[in-house]
Design a protein around this ligand. Structure first.
Ligand code: SAM
Ligand code: SF4
Length: 329
């Protein structure tokens, strides 16, 4: 029988979010400052060989789903070869990717060949100017074309839109309208305090406000059934091809069914995005630890997973200054 990672509240943790780089070609305001990002040295990143070794350990403990994220995964050299090797690891039966849309058509075709068919693309605005203001890059056309290509190639596409006052409220209805024409899911996210500055205001556009705003515009809104462990509450407008979801990422309404663990590009192992790293697995690995010692570190960290994101946050001495690109979104 496969061994499992189970926490003190009986939750089985089988879903790893793996950040392969902290670097990015965009500068989204909610994720990092426009200038002055200190990206980590290459030598401090887990190498692909180290990642494969750790993934093999995780999979032998029941982790069967891995999301590749970052930073922007496609800016790391060698990512496609790594994904190919990863797709051969026994036990990992679902690999998904989160990207800002910086991938070529050739890479899309290769992803499909590897059986990676679910992809999340971040897109916070359907307006070119607002897209530029949010990402600080003039790449709207490229990202939108990427989404169209992914759909054409048969990918299951989800769009992630972080909703915030004075940024993209006027995009909410156009995003819902996008689901009329395209079979994709748009997910509206509450902004979280991981912009790399340590400054943050509680979001006005929380999941309740968002739902009421959309439901007022669409009285025929239908609630869809959510997958087990889903972080989004999902809805559809009757007759529309796609659907949309609301993710209470700041309000943290879904912690009771959380099945996630995270590994940063430098080996920080977190059992909650809001909490401190439980252990740095790169350091343990590079200290010459045996496989069994690594397993023990992982099991001990997992056992202590906090009840919810509020409890995890309370363990941090000060307001989080880390960027989401470092933590791995
Ligand atoms: N670069 C890729 C991308 O943008 O999709 C992957 C990494 S990004 C950190 C992963 C996800 O985290 C994106 O969907 C992004 O919108 C989300 N994200 C980043 N910072 C956030 C924040 N402060 N609050 C909410 N979501 C955030
Ligand atoms: Fe880059 Fe993604 Fe962060 Fe935007 S959200 S700056 S695309 S890592």
């Amino acid at each position: 029988m496969t061994k499992k990672l189970i926490d003190q509240y009986g939750r089985t943790l089988n879903y790893l979010r793996l950040s392969v780089t902290d670097r990015c070609n965009f500068r989204c305001y909610y994720c990092m400052p426009e200038e002055g990002m200190n990206f980590v040295d290459r030598k401090d990143l887990l190498s692909y060989e180290e990642l494969e070794y750790l993934l093999d350990i995780f999979s032998s403990y029941g982790v069967n789903k891995v999301r590749i994220t970052g930073g922007e995964p496609f800016v790391r050299k060698g990512i496609m070869d790594f994904l190919e090797k990863m797709s051969q690891i026994e036990g990992i039966n679902q690999i998904t990717v989160t990207s800002n849309g910086t991938l070529s058509r050739d890479q899309m075709i290769e992803l499909k060949r590897l059986g990676i068919t679910k992809i999340n693309i971040s897109l916070d605005s359907l307006n070119k100017q607002r897209f530029f203001e949010i990402t600080r890059r003039d790449k709207f056309d490229e990202v939108f074309q990427c989404i169209l290509d992914l759909l054409e190639l048969g990918f299951e596409v989800k769009l992630n839109a972080v909703v915030a006052d004075e940024k993209n409220i006027s995009d909410i209805i156009p995003f819902v309208e996008l689901t009329k024409y395209y079979p994709l899911s748009v997910r509206f996210l509450e902004e979280m305090p991981f912009n790399g500055s340590g400054k943050f205001e509680v979001p006005k556009w929380n999941h309740v406000v968002l739902y009421e705003y959309i439901a007022t515009a669409y009285p025929t809104i239908v609630k869809l059934s959510d997958e087990k462990n889903s972080t989004s509450a999902n809805y559809q407008i009757p007759g529309y091809k796609g659907s949309f979801g609301i993710i209470a990422s700041f309000s943290r309404t879904f912690c009771g069914t959380c099945n996630r663990i995270r590994l940063s590009a430098t080996g920080e192992f977190r059992t909650c995005l809001y909490g401190p790293a439980a252990v740095n697995l790169r350091d343990v690995l590079r200290s010459g630890a045996s496989r069994e010692e690594l397993v023990q570190e992982i099991i001990m960290a997992v056992a202590k997973k906090e009840k919810d994101g509020f409890e995890a946050e309370s363990l941090q001495a000060e307001a989080p200054k880390k960027s989401m690109s470092f933590l791995g979104g």
